[in-house]
Design a protein around this ligand. Structure first.
Ligand code: SIN
Ligand code: FE
Length: 293
């Protein structure tokens, strides 16, 4: 069962002790959630006024996202002035997240890459979606258009709900158990299909065999109602003012309720891990008896 490992860190930038650093990398790579119950993301008054009280901005999809490469913000109907506030808020979260990861996980410094940042003001419960996009079903993250070719997906969340409401998740068991359960139903890619998807621009670069199997695993998990209801699982609530980190490509998770959270994605090559044997890539390769490049 997935554990939740708490660490008493209350600053994004203060130096971390060697003990906390060792505990953090061990917990994350073993497939646990690292919870920083005292690490809040303070908001400025103008941000509070715009996005957290009353109507706020309209969100077009599940969330509003920031591309750090060009500071473009997608997914909101904000006008130019509102957009500037939104961008500054998200850039600040992205910067603090990076500072924390560098300080708490110094072993990752040389290889970790920062991905998109998102702001999630929409209530999760009751959000309409297709079963494949329904994140209230237990799943491991794998994205159709963004192959990782084995790189890890490490995500950091902060609940900034101003009404005292937690963010509710379910957490499943180990990646290996889930992979074993669904392995027999996964089939290989059609010849040439991965190259074709990349040529047509449907995927950002070609999917590796790993991406192919991870996408299927994501879909099988969400489609399997027996797994959803009867698999080993626990409910948890992340309180407002808390931050948590988790390898979402490894840990089965489902978002059940809550609104107003920030999220930052990081990518890490398997070789950058302290123990690559924990990675979904290495676990799948071991179970399937072949390389998944
Ligand atoms: C997810 O990664 O499935 C959603 C997590 C969340 O928004 O709380
Ligand atoms: Fe997810």
């Amino acid at each position: 069962m997935t554990d939740i490992t708490p660490l008493a860190i209350d600053s994004w930038a203060a130096p971390c002790s060697a003990q906390d650093q060792a505990a953090a990398v061990a917990a994350l790579e073993a497939g646990n959630v690292l919870l920083l119950p005292q690490l809040d993301f303070p908001l400025h008054d103008n941000e509070r006024g715009l996005y957290f009280q009353g109507a706020g901005v309209e969100v077009q999809g599940k969330n509003i996202s920031l591309n750090l490469a060009d500071h473009s913000v997608r997914g909101s109907s904000a006008d130019a002035a509102e957009l500037a506030v939104l961008r500054d808020m998200m850039v600040r979260f992205a910067t603090l997240s990076r500072t924390l990861v560098h300080g708490l996980l110094p072993g990752y410094l040389a290889t970790v890459e920062q991905g998109r940042t998102s702001f999630r003001p929409v209530e999760v419960a009751g959000r309409p979606s297709s079963w494949r996009q329904d994140d209230s079903r237990l799943h491991v993250d794998s994205f159709p258009s963004s192959p990782t070719r084995g790189k890890r997906i490490l995500r950091l969340f902060t609940n900034v709900n101003p009404h005292g409401e937690g963010r509710h998740w379910r957490l499943g068991g180990s990646f290996e158990d889930v992979a074993r359960r669904h392995l027999a139903s996964l089939h290989g890619p059609l010849w040439g299909s991965r190259q074709l998807l990349a040529m047509l621009g449907i995927t950002k670069g070609p999917r590796s065999a790993y991406d192919h199997y991870m996408l299927q695993l994501h879909d099988r998990m969400k489609a399997d109602s027996d797994y959803q209801s009867s698999a080993d699982q626990r409910s948890c609530e992340f309180a407002p003012g808390s931050t948590w980190m988790v390898y979402t490509d490894q840990v089965p998770h489902a978002a059940m309720g809550g609104r107003f959270a920030f999220e930052q994605t990081f990518y890490l090559p398997v070789a950058g891990m302290r123990d690559p044997a924990h990675s979904p890539l290495r676990v799948l390769e071991r179970l399937m008896g072949r390389e998944l490049v």
